[in-house]
Design a protein around this ligand. Sequence first.
Ligand code: C5P
Length: 206
Amino acid sequence: MLIAVDGPLASGKGTIARALSARFGLPHLDTGTLYRAVAVAVLEAGDDPADAGAAEAAARSLDPAHIDETRIRTAGAGAAASIVSAHPGVRAALKAVQQDFARTPGGAVLDGRDIGTVIAPHADVKLFVTASAEVRASRRWSELVSRGETVTLEQIMSQLAERDGRDASRPDAPLMKAEDAVELDTTDMDEGEAIRAAIAIVEGAR
Ligand code: C5P
């Protein structure tokens, strides 16, 4: 069973994807880590994330097995990821890794922005996870503060609007609900409720 989970930043898609992976015994790929790792490589080389050539070269030489989780989880890496991910060459370079994972015998769970539309349009179940901008900003803020970053809720709100805008407006594989995806709005749900709702959707689709 192949499960695609898409949605904007801090919608709850990562938590849901991990829970589905555990519940159904399927391997999970958080595809945002790939774009974040490319962004970190570009920044650490002293290059500009807006430079398509530098970003594409970093994507081609990425080793997905050796991504440093601590370096990619910062707000800076997320912002740069949303810039490098708009380059078609970067998306093309990362597509094969994601599609190989999606071909895991027995199935897999992939979460990102374009899994149900571009990477795995043939997925058995597609979830499009959303939540209000206010709720997403406050979730993201708590997450960053718990990691020791100094950031205000206002800064998060404006970064979120900027990233949502960039992810939804890029010409190549914009953030978009697949026609056959089931939308799950987690605005008024706690983690447990969102997970139970997602499991019910997957079970209903089997
Ligand atoms: O999900 P996460 O916040 O880790 O993703 C970081 C950035 O990577 C997103 O803002 C988005 O621009 C990009 N991304 C993407 N396609 C995916 C996953 C992430 O463009 N499938």
